[in-house]
Design a protein around this ligand. Structure first.
Ligand SMILES: Cc1cc2nc3c(=O)[nH]c(=O)nc-3n(C[C@H](O)[C@H](O)[C@H](O)COP(=O)(O)OP(=O)(O)OC[C@H]3O[C@@H](n4cnc5c(N)ncnc54)[C@H](O)[C@@H]3O)c2cc1C
Length: 476
């Protein structure tokens, strides 16, 4: 497939020259209060850098537990302009992450962490109802669909682990027939069902959070780039036209943490892209996909897909880019769009004549463990990072933890094992950049070969497996 045959007709549909479709819909849905850039020096109790889910949930939980605190949010773009308004909208559980969680923290703590994410998923739905945020929240579960024989083993292993930790009800095996009864693709050979899985319209959620925060008196400055952070205390954040001094600072900058010396060795950034079809509700019905389930395959470079209420499919896939700086490559990579579109056409042949009408991408913050950590880099500077493409529900938990750390509340959440966990680090430059890029391509090559029934190139296979050999919980 070429860019031309994708039928992305105009530059307006070129990823990166536009907001995601989710965000455009959200911005069109209602008249919003404006949040002009910071243009003066202000003081506050807490300054949050980053207006994505992590920053917004942190502010939200602060307004819940300590409403008298002065909270300032600084966002270089607009709230939800980054991945929080660009993602697939999978608010999904962690039961499929048990291998990493158990290896890092042991079975008991791993189950506690999974249960905390389950609570977050449900709490997002409750937030939406309570605050009249219509973010299309739908709890319909998550289907993992194997598209290659090896992936059946991956699914079986996930189910086995859930059983082993006493959570058999959370993840169960599906036959090919059972998968296809929920979402019928000729490529699906079997898989697993995780009941923790809700879809959201992510930009509606981000903009809804922004509205609630403004109503609660949080000061949000959009179009405001935090240039430097001096931890103090008090912490001092410099921006182009003003500054904020506050007792506590939160770095909620996701993949942009590659630019912050305190955090840069804790992540590499990989890209992910989504293509969106025109509405085709009759086609969805024809393939039985009417329950609103989240679906993904079981490739290491996972492809994920969900439906919208008007009958579209949003189909995402990991792009080939990896980098240690956030550039245009994360939002304007037509090769990645083509790869996502090819994946869609491969898995959904009955949609061959349904056009792809939109596409967008963004960076994901890949941690050495495939899991996030929440903590402090200084006693008064806190962070949540490393969601590795699974941050919609975990950023809710991250916000909760950061708010509790700031107020000093002794809660179950701050005792979770990923809070103040000893950070793992990637190698220094230039190995980090080169390694991230080479491994990423190798993983995609291995996944593609397996799916086509070919033996992966031995060199690609060896490179794809290298991170695990080096002690990272990444790759096959
Ligand atoms: C295409 C794509 C699909 C994804 N799909 C899913 C999915 O389906 N499910 C899932 O769970 N996760 C998914 N993710 C990951 C998920 O979107 C993130 O983990 C989550 O949004 C992280 O929230 P955040 O607030 O930490 O980061 P962000 O949303 O990136 O927010 C960070 C914000 O910080 C701002 N910022 C950065 N530097 C500065 C600075 N110096 N000054 C001021 N502001 C700054 C950025 O502009 C950005 O808005 C996906 C990601 C992508 C890119």
């Amino acid at each position: 497939m070429t860019v031309e045959t994708l039928n992305l007709e105009t530059d307006a549909l070129h990823p990166g020259l536009q907001r995601s479709w989710w965000l455009r819909e959200a911005l069109a849905a209602r008249q919003e209060a404006s949040c002009p850039p910071l243009a003066k020096d202000v003081t506050a109790d807490v300054v949050i850098i980053g207006g994505g889910f992590t920053g917004l949930w942190t502010a939200y939980f602060l307004t819940e537990s300590a409403p008298s605190l002065g909270v300032v949010v600084l966002e270089q773009d607009i709230c939800g302009g980054g991945p929080s308004g660009r993602n697939g909208g999978f608010a999904s559980g962690w039961w499929d992450e048990l291998d990493g969680l158990v290896a890092l923290y042991g079975p008991e703590a791993a189950v506690r962490a999974c249960r905390a994410i389950s609570t977050s998923i449900r709490s997002i739905g409750e937030f939406c109802s309570e605050h009249h945020v219509d973010a299309w929240f739908k709890l319909a579960g998550y289907v993992f669909a194997a598209t290659a024989p090896r992936h059946l083993e991956v699914g079986d292993e996930m189910v086995r682990l859930a059983r082993e930790v006493g959570a058999a009800e959370e993840l169960r095996e599906l036959t090919a027939q059972e998968v296809r009864a929920r979402c019928d693709s000729p490529a699906f050979r079997g898989g697993a069902f995780m009941r923790d899985g809700a879809s959201v319209q992510p930009a509606l959620l981000a903009r809804g959070l922004r509205r609630v925060l403004l109503e609660r008196g949080v000061s949000i400055y959009e179009g405001t780039n935090a240039l430097r952070l001096n931890p103090g205390p008090p912490a001092a954040v410099a921006t182009t036209r003003g500054s904020v001094r506050a007792a506590h600072a939160v770095l909620a900058v996701n993949a942009w943490a590659t630019g912050w010396p305190q955090l840069r060795r804790r992540l590499v950034a990989w890209s992910s892209y989504i293509v969106l079809t025109a509405p085709a509700p009759d086609r969805l019905e024809a393939i039985n996909w009417i329950g609103g389930e989240l679906v993904s395959d079981l490739r290491t470079s996972v492809r994920y897909f969900r439906t919208t209420p008007d009958g579209r499919i949003a189909f995402g896939g990991g792009g080939g880019r990896a980098s240690t700086t956030i550039s245009d490559a994360f939002t304007r990579d037509m090769r990645a769009v083509v790869e996502a579109a090819e994946g869609f056409r491969l898995l959904f042949p009955s949609f061959a004549d349904v056009p792809i009408v939109d596409a967008w991408g963004g960076p994901i913050d890949v941690s050495p463990t495939h899991l996030p950590t929440f903590g402090s880099v200084q006693p008064n500077v806190h962070y949540a990072l490393g969601y590795t493409g699974n941050g919609v529900a975990p950023s809710h938990l991250g916000g909760r933890v950061l708010a509790d750390m700031i107020t000093g509340a002794d809660t179950d959440e701050v005792r979770l094992p990923m809070v103040n966990a000893t950070p793992r680090r990637f190698p220094p430059q230039p190995f980090r950049s080169i390694g991230a890029a080479v491994v990423r391509r190798a993983i995609i090559a291995k996944d593609t070969a397996e799916e086509k029934g070919r033996r992966p190139n031995p060199l690609a296979e060896a490179i794809a497996r290298l991170p695990r050999r080096l002690g990272y919980l990444l790759g096959p």
